[in-house]
Ligand binder design. Structure first.
Ligand code: SF4
Length: 214
């Protein structure tokens, strides 16, 4: 089974508790106005990768340096078969190492569960709902106030209950630098992206393309 994968990264420290492996799926038809990840919208066949390869990449990370896995997108539930196979494979890591799995979706919980009925029982928490630019929030790991963090498993309740209504002073953001790209990881608040562009411009760095621009 193949998954359209946008990218993976470790350690991710801003999308869930602890140090995490981030898996971003490629393809999203929800098209939230103001989405900061427009680069993940197109369903690109070139991005296909065997789920087994994704799991191998997870296995290549020292498990001592991982608290969990965050699956984001794109819209993971638009690839229900691959997502199901992925979380089935990650279940082995959950059992062996105590990792938790957090999944983002731009759908509401009922729609997500209808698309991928096996997945909720194999993950620990889910963040649901589309990004709504007109409903800003300080809730941790979320971009708008309508988005809900829902613990699902016993481990999910242990780890995530305290974060359901938590509002840190400011959101944490991470930068990952590749050969020709800078990836911003995390959920920016309103104005953060234009402030970042301005700060880079003041240092003589211009952005040729940005994922949040149409
Ligand atoms: S915010 Fe998420 S669900 Fe909405 S368009 Fe962007 S990737 Fe899709």
């Amino acid at each position: 089974m193949k998954l359209r994968l946008a990218r993976m990264h470790h350690p991710v420290t801003v999308l869930g508790p602890g140090r995490r492996i981030g898996i971003w799926t490629q393809g999203c038809t929800i098209a939230c106005p103001g989405c900061a990840a427009r680069d993940t919208w197109k369903s690109i066949k070139d991005n296909e990768i065997e789920v087994a390869e994704v799991l191998d990449r997870c296995a290549s990370v020292d498990p001592e340096l991982v608290d969990g896995v965050t699956i984001s997108g794109g819209e993971p539930s638009e690839q229900p078969g691959a997502l199901t196979e992925l979380v089935r494979g990650l279940d082995g890591f959950r059992r062996a190492y105590g990792w938790d799995v957090l999944c983002y979706t731009g759908t509401e919980y009922g729609e997500f569960a209808g698309r991928c009925p096996e997945v909720p029982a194999l993950i620990d928490a889910i963040i649901t709902g589309p990004y709504r630019a007109g409903e800003p929030t300080g809730l941790v790991w979320r971009g708008s106030a309508n988005q809900k963090l829902v613990p699902l498993s016993e481990r999910g309740h242990e780890r995530y209950r305290r974060w359901v209504n938590a509002e840190p002073d400011r959101p944490a953001l991470q930068l990952q630098v590749d050969d020709d790209r800078v990836w911003l990881i995390g959920v920016p608040r309103r104005g953060d992206l234009s402030r970042l562009r301005q700060a880079l411009a003041e240092r003589g760095v211009g952005l040729e393309e940005a994922s949040w621009r149409p």
